[in-house]
Ligand binder design. Sequence first.
Ligand SMILES: [Zn+2]
Length: 54
Amino acid sequence: MAMPAPAAPSGRELAKDPICGMVVDKAAALKSGRTYYFCSVGCQRTLESPETES
Ligand SMILES: [Zn+2]
């Protein structure tokens, strides 16, 4: 279940999912390399293996 992002408690870093634009907690987010953070494996997959339309 996705929770709305409250004001970040101190010590928490937030990042933006590049796929859907959702703000995620870096500590809880899925990562791709050191650059991207995702709200879900679906978004991670979208970036790492974009669907090829045939
Ligand atoms: Zn996402």
